[in-house]
Design a protein around this ligand. Structure first.
Ligand SMILES: [Zn+2]
Length: 185
């Protein structure tokens, strides 16, 4: 009796394993490449499509992004790197050295207090502020979209679990009635 009890789950486990192997490979709807049955993203590095049956936040936002949002993203990506500070430091140094008149090739074009440099930097800061604000709005939209899609997945999962619960309850009722029938004989 006890041997039978232990054997049953082992057989089921082996069956489940074989079923997983036999499960069909997922074909990517974008590049058409074949992926493993348990793949989350397309294995093709150039494609990388999310293979889930519901929307994916990065793809949703990329499809809706405007040209200035992509530009702002690229600009803020550069601003947030140390290269930005290095480029500016070199620029200021060169500007100051050239305007001391040490090099005879280039004449002084912006003497102290460097009004031209100040003007260029104020225009630059206006653009940087604009890019940062656009990028920030996009980050907010990103967070909102992610929350919305997470909610969608949660609701779908909840409904599936609810259906399964009802199914299990119906099966339990059937098993109980079968048990009663067998005992009454
Ligand atoms: Zn693909």
């Amino acid at each position: 009796m006890s041997a039978q009890l232990f054997e049953a789950p082992m057989i089921e486990g082996a069956l489940a394993g074989r079923m997983a192997e036999e499960r069909e490979a997922i074909q990517c709807p974008v590049c058409g490449g074949a992926n493993k049955a348990d793949a989350i993203f397309c294995a093709n590095a150039a494609c990388g499509k999310a293979l889930g049956p519901f929307a994916y936040v990065h793809e949703e936002l990329a499809a809706k992004s405007r040209w200035y949002e992509r530009l702002a993203e690229r600009a803020t990506d550069f601003i947030s790197r140390p290269h930005f500070l290095v480029v500016h430091s070199l620029w200021f140094l060169l500007w100051l050295v050239l305007n001391t008149g040490l090099f005879a090739i280039v004449g002084k074009f912006d003497i102290y207090p460097y009004n031209l440099l100040g003007l260029i930097l104020s225009v630059e800061s206006i653009f940087i502020t604009g890019f940062l604000l656009i990028s920030q709005n996009r980050q907010n939209a990103h967070a909102d979209k992610r929350a919305e899609l997470d909610y969608e997945v949660s609701v779908r999962t909840y409904r599936e679990i609810d259906e399964l619960k009802e199914l299990v309850q119906a099966m339990q009722a059937q098993v109980s009635s079968l048990e009663r029938t067998i005992r009454s004989r």
